[in-house]
Design a protein around this ligand. Structure first.
Ligand code: GLA
Length: 348
């Protein structure tokens, strides 16, 4: 018998370092945060073939047939896409009422979209859980959630956000290798330092920002070099690329190296070096990858002025959040929020 009601939670994420490396077969070091999206799914009476959705905090709703959700915009695309992709993957589904409540701000660079998609997929599969369906492992689920984002919302994002949400753990960051698709826990011992995020105030939507353009540039660089991902290329190959592709590829190789150094810095308890790596990552994202904006630059400068030892644009860029590392004893800058690792996505 399917469960009558299921609640799932999936967190947003902070990416310590390793930006625009996921779809380039590189490395990243994210952690799941405590804020996220909660989805409550309740089975409807037998005979119904609909999905009724309420986004509690937005005061909005949606309703569509279970077997043919059809297209819609905004947050509705994620719900319809989740249903359609689970169905296409052969997962059992039941007619249901779905309530969505978020504690992670939308479009602010903390991965609210992945939190929403992961939470929806977890709740929906758990509600219709059937022993014959077999378990969907976390990697498969991350891929499915990524298809929802790619094919239903038009944002050609990688797997960073979904993996971070699914593999998060309290007190830990994780080193993700996107070539091998492996996730290795890295204890986040900060010795009194704190991470904080500040909103640049500029909303971003990956489907309409320069994000897809950057992906296309990387694909074109790979084609010219005859490699599958930019992380396979070496510096000599990259030097042969025309601009701006050379700048994009230099960012990717440099950023992979910074992830390796960041893991070492954390292991050595050298948080000041980690902060310097954040600054170096920002400079590369601004000058080589060109995903910063005046609003982001102003936010980075304000965080430095308030005592941050390192600060950088986080996530896709073109607005969104800035991540800062604050030395012990530094007050939280105005408008910034402290972020700390929390548990990964789970059914409650
Ligand atoms: C967004 C995307 C991720 C990743 C980052 C940049 O958050 O959703 O897949 O590409 O941008 O690192």
């Amino acid at each position: 018998m399917p469960a009558r009601r299921v609640t799932a939670f999936a967190p947003g994420r902070v990416n310590v370092i390793g930006e625009h490396t996921d779809y380039n077969g590189g490395l990243a070091l994210p952690f799941a945060i405590r804020e996220g999206v909660t989805v409550e799914a309740t089975a409807l009476a037998p005979g119904s073939d609909r999905v009724e959705v309420r986004a509690t905090d937005l005061g909005e709703h949606d309703s569509f047939p279970l077997r043919e959700p059809g297209r819609a915009g905004g947050w509705r695309a994620f719900v319809r896409g989740a249903v359609a992709e689970l169905d296409a993957a052969g997962r059992p589904l039941v007619a249901m009422r779905v309530e969505i409540a978020a504690t992670v701000p939308r479009g602010a660079g903390l991965s609210s979209s992945a939190a929403l998609t992961v939470s929806l997929c977890l709740a929906m599969t758990a509600l219709a859980d059937s022993p014959d369906a077999g378990a969907l492992d976390r990697l498969e689920l991350a891929r499915l959630c990524s298809r929802v984002e790619n094919d239903w919302t038009g944002a050609h994002t990688g797997l960073l956000d979904q993996l971070a949400s699914l593999y998060g753990d309290a007190d830990e960051a994780m080193r993700i290798d996107f070539a091998e698709l492996t996730v290795t826990p890295v204890p986040l011992r900060l010795h009194g330092w704190r991470f904080a995020v500040a909103d640049s105030g500029q909303r971003h939507a990956h489907a309409s920002s320069g994000y897809n353009e950057r992906r296309a540039e990387c694909a074109s660089a790979c084609e010219q070099l005859g490699v599958t991902t930019l992380s396979e290329a070496d510096a000599a190959q990259v030097a042969m690329l025309p601009e701006p592709l050379r700048r994009r590829a230099r960012h990717v190789l440099g950023e992979n190296e910074r992830v390796r150094e960041a893991v070492q810095a954390l292991q050595a308890g050298d948080i000041r070096s980690l902060a310097a790596l954040l600054d170096a990552s920002h400079a590369s994202l601004r000058d080589l990858y060109e995903v910063s904006t005046p609003a982001v630059e102003a936010t980075v400068a304000a965080l430095h002025a308030a005592g941050a030892a390192g600060a950088r644009v986080m996530g896709g860029g073109f607005g969104g959040a800035v991540l800062a590392l604050l030395p012990p004893g530094t007050e939280l800058p105005a408008g910034a929020t402290e972020v700390a690792p929390g548990p990964g996505a789970h059914v409650l």
